[in-house]
Design a protein around this ligand. Structure first.
Ligand SMILES: [Zn+2]
Ligand SMILES: [Zn+2]
Length: 117
């Protein structure tokens, strides 16, 4: 699940901070991870001569932020077992026999309550 989430993360990072987004494949709403500032943003802007060093630091912190965003997203998204799409908590229903997305529940005539209403 974490791997899948990581592959769905959209990079919204800037040179100053890291941020990632996931789009619900049912409602199309974007969820944004918490933004983490690049700790060396100011130093990197002032020390152009050390560009390569700061580039490497940036990539390292970004990878860390990406993993954290994946963890965070896991709390808010579910994989629908029927259509295999990534679904936000507002579109994911707790049904009697198997939890599934809103669209599948409608198609299969299953009743359920959203995880997050
Ligand atoms: Zn949704
Ligand atoms: Zn589904």
């Amino acid at each position: 699940m974490t791997e899948l989430l990581l592959s769905h993360l959209e990079d919204c990072s800037t040179p100053q901070y890291f941020c990632f987004a996931i789009r619900c494949e049912e409602c199309g709403e974007y969820w944004y991870s918490v933004t983490t500032p690049f700790t060396k943003a100011n130093a990197a802007a002032e020390n152009r001569s050390k560009k390569e060093l700061y580039e490497a630091l940036y990539q390292r912190e970004k990878e860390r932020a990406r993993k954290a965003a994946g963890q965070e997203g896991k709390e808010r998204f579910s994989l629908c077992p029927i259509c295999h799409r990534l679904i936000c908590d507002s579109c994911f229903l707790i049904c009697e026999e198997m939890d599934m997305c809103r669209a599948c529940a409608k198609r299969l005539k299953e009743d359920g309550e959203p995880v997050n209403r």
